[in-house]
Every structure is written in C-alpha cells, then in structure tokens.
Design a protein around this ligand. Structure first.
Ligand code: HEC
Length: 295
C-alpha cells in the first residue's frame, strides 16, 4: 500500500521561481526557503505563509514520504460517495507543519488553491482547512485487499479519488459546500491578493458576487486566468457578455442542460435567481478589466 509522499516545496507559480524546488526534503527545506527569501541564515524559524508570491506545495508520489504519516479518519458524510467513509492519510495541518509552515502566523483570509489532475482547481480558506480538520486521504480503509481505493460512478465511467483526496471529516450534510477535490497534485497558498488578484472585483459592490463565483464556479472556470480549466475562461479573450444574449445567461447558468445536450456544467438552480444575478453582475463588471496571465 502506498504511503504518500511529499514532495517538493517552493514558492511562486512562475517558471523562474521554480528553480530550486527539487531536493528540498528533510533538512533541505529550511535552507531552500531561506534561499527563496533571499536570506542567508541557515536555520530561519518557521516560514511565514505571507509573501509576495504564493507558496507552492507539489504532491508527488515519486518523492520522499512523510514519515509515520498514516493516520486514519472517519468522514461522517462524504460528498463524493454520499456515505460514511474511512480513510488513511494525514491532516492538512500536518502537511503544513511538515513543510515548515505555521498556520497561526498566516494573515487572516489566507487562501489555499488545490490543483487537480483534471483541471478542477477549487479554493478554500486556510482557516477552515485547519479548524475543521481537513484531511488529505491517500487510501480507502474499506477498499478490497490489495487495492487502495473504491471507484465511484462518474457519468458512464468509474473513477477513483486518488491520490490525494481532500475530505472534511466533520461535514455532515449530503449537500456540503466545502470543496472535495480528488486527484490533487499541487497546492498553492497565499493571500487573496497574490492568489486571486487578477480576478478580484474592482468595486466593493461586486464582492459578494465574486465570493459566490469563487465558491461555485471558479473550480472549473477561470476569470483572467485565475481558476480551473474544466470550463472556459469567462473573460478572455471575450467576456461572455460580449457574445451571449445577456437575458439568456441567468437561465443558462441555472440549468445548462436546458440549453445544451450533454452539458458538463452542473445545474445551479439551487442557488436561486438572486445569487445567480450577483455572480453574473460580477462577471459583467470584469469585462472592463481584462488581464492576461503571464505565460
Ligand atoms: C463542474 C465544472 C463547472 C462548474 C462548477 C461551472 N461550470 Fe460553467 N461550464 C462548464 C463547462 C464544461 C462548460 C462548457 C459547456 C458544457 O459542457 O456544459 C461551461 C459553460 C459555461 C458558460 C457558457 C460559456 C460559453 O462560452 O458558452 C457560462 C456562462 C458558464 N459556464 C458560467 C458558469 C457559472 C456562472 C458557474 C457558477 C455558478 C459555472 N459556470 C460553474 C463547467 C462548469
């Protein structure tokens, strides 16, 4: 049975910041962070999560393992399986600590983005991940002998959530609103400004719409390059309001399947017309603020 492994730590998402990301294991970690921070102290204290650039934690099985990592957890209501589940793995907090980060030292509002192999890239607050005991599962304790996971139905196929699968042990509603990404292979941690900057609204009037967009849409869609890649970027090169009939968009977001056969986008009618209107007002607002990501 595989024990998870970790990985590489560095900060920065741009290529130039990646040099030095490998071989940061064990004693190398503090050193490498010191290098990134442009500081020559060999043993700086626990690293701050606040920085000009987001921190990146790459989860990669080929690298070193977390020592004694196998903790187990019971999940009251798993949002993917819609059942009570038991997993092995490690808490998100433990991952941070092993990487030398102290969440208590992070600024309020620190955000974590999970990057998955299929382009699903949701965000969660550092506070919720730590306080609610979010857990990175590396295996299903009830899988048949010799197997790590129990596959779940996905359309007409079956998938498994490995590895790593983010679960929320205390969540107890079938319609839980936390992100439950599977196939996670990288995390980014930063302030809202560093992680979400180009997608942030330019006026406080649209903040609520943005928050809803981030919670419901951004795991699949990017805006100005920030977000997931399962759906399209909703502002680049053209904002959806530049080519859709604006009066059709609320109905399409509420029920994509009523516009498109085989739509991959789920229905959002449960959000209600008011929330959908706020989200769309935010998207429209961003039409005047296009920003292309640096390649
Ligand atoms: C699970 C991923 C997913 C989520 C979540 C999601 N979408 Fe989509 N969206 C898609 C995909 C994929 C398409 C392309 C059409 C299709 O397959 O349904 C799409 C299409 C669209 C389109 C049409 C774009 C075009 O060029 O025609 C709009 C507008 C849109 N989404 C807005 C939203 C909004 C607003 C939300 C949040 C309330 C959202 N989407 C949530 C995956 C998603």
């Amino acid at each position: 049975m595989t024990r998870q492994s970790l990985l590489t730590v560095g900060k920065g998402v741009q290529g130039h910041a990646r040099r030095g990301m490998v071989l940061l294991m064990t004693g190398g970690l503090y050193c490498a962070l010191a290098l990134f921070n442009g500081c020559s102290t060999p043993n700086p204290p626990v690293s701050s999560l606040d920085a000009v650039q987001p921190k990146t934690i790459a989860l990669d099985q080929a690298q070193e393992r977390i020592p004694d990592a196998d903790e187990t957890v019971t999940v009251v209501m798993d949002a993917v399986y819609q059942a009570r589940k038991r997993y092995r793995g490690f808490t998100f907090l433990r991952l941070l600590q092993l990487r030398g980060y102290d969440p208590a030292a992070a600024s309020w509002g620190t955000v974590v983005q999970f990057l998955c192999r299929d382009g699903y890239n949701p965000f969660a607050s550092l506070e919720s991940l730590v306080n609610e005991g979010a857990f990175l599962a590396t295996g299903d304790l009830d899988a048949p002998t010799g197997e790590t996971w129990i596959p779940f139905a996905y359309g007409s196929t079956r998938r498994d959530p490995g590895q790593f699968y983010l679960v929320w042990p205390k969540a107890n509603s079938p319609a839980d609103r936390h992100p439950w990404p599977y196939g996670v292979n990288m995390l980014r941690i930063g302030t809202p400004e560093t992680l979400l900057g180009p997608a942030l609204p330019k006026s406080a009037r649209f903040q609520q719409g943005f928050n809803r967009f981030r919670e419901n849409c951004m795991m699949c869609h990017s805006l100005n390059g920030v977000g997931g890649t399962i759906g399209i970027d909703l502002n680049l090169p053209r904002n959806v309001f530049e080519y859709w009939q604006a009066d059709k968009l609320p109905a399409m977001v509420a029920k994509p399947s009523s516009f498109r056969r085989n739509a991959k986008m789920p229905d959002f009618d449960r959000l209600g017309p008011q929330a959908i209107a706020e989200i769309l007002d935010y998207i429209k607002h961003m039409k005047a603020y296009k920003a292309y990501p640096v390649p």
